[in-house]
Design a protein around this ligand. Sequence first.
Ligand SMILES: Nc1ncnc2c1ncn2[C@@H]1O[C@H](COP(=O)(O)OP(=O)(O)OP(=O)(O)O)[C@@H](O)[C@H]1O
Ligand SMILES: [Mg+2]
Length: 273
Amino acid sequence: MDRGIPCSQIPVTPAILALEGVTKAFGGILAVKELTMGVRPRELTGLIGPNGSGKTVTLNLCSGVYPPDAGVITFKDTVLNGLAPWEISRLGLSRTFQTLRLWGKMTVLENVMTAYGRFMPALFGEALAQTPRARREEAKARQAAIEALDLVGMASFANKMAEDLSLGQQRLVELARALVSKPSCILLDEPASGLRGELVVQLGAFLKWLADERDTAFLVVEHRTQLVMQFCARVIVLNYGEKIAEGSPEEIRNDERVVAAYLGRRRGECRTA
Ligand SMILES: Nc1ncnc2c1ncn2[C@@H]1O[C@H](COP(=O)(O)OP(=O)(O)OP(=O)(O)O)[C@@H](O)[C@H]1O
Ligand SMILES: [Mg+2]
């Protein structure tokens, strides 16, 4: 009788983004301590933990805001240590920020165009001189930006000033900025912050759809545990910079250390809704 493949022999999909023993300190504060974790392709991986537990620092390390003090970060086959943020973004790893970073006085379309990988850094000088190559690249960036805005349902806001949008709409524009160069992995820092009730669930379902349909991996930092528990395939929990648990949402929900450090404290708080 065929009993299927024993658990120990089921191949584990290799991570597209992998951290191995990553450490980062600021003065006396050990923000991230010997962190080993991975983000698998076409999945949502949740990264949760109390305030100050090292979630944003982890995303900053992966996106090249600063280098790790120790350990290795690999994306696909490339070691990211020491690469600049724009070099990492060109490899197909993009991110959004916990604090929104849109240009308020620019239109929504322009905000998304400036995030288009090949457009700004390489061609800035040529763009000023309006060379034919720069005009061609600008047209490509415009088309890609319109498509990304369409994808997140914000195409009709393309010509509005970013500062005139609600917080939730600005978050969607940030997501369009992260999507515009068609990355294979996106780091999201509290994407549901500022969204209410049903919109949190819609965002989670949309991210899951993107993961499947656009072959994109997501590392999602979020305090809205509903989004994490409902849509993430795996969840990693940090506390004081250390990984204290990793597993399926079900395993995490029932993990005593996680409940003691984080989930238990959050019960009854409105941000868990
Ligand atoms: N640039 C920095 N300089 C000094 N200390 C920093 C810096 N960035 C982060 N820290 C410290 O590192 C620790 C981890 O911060 P981090 O921003 O990663 O927390 P977090 O888990 O994202 O918290 P939150 O849920 O509040 O966003 C905190 O003690 C923070 O004060
Ligand atoms: Mg943070």
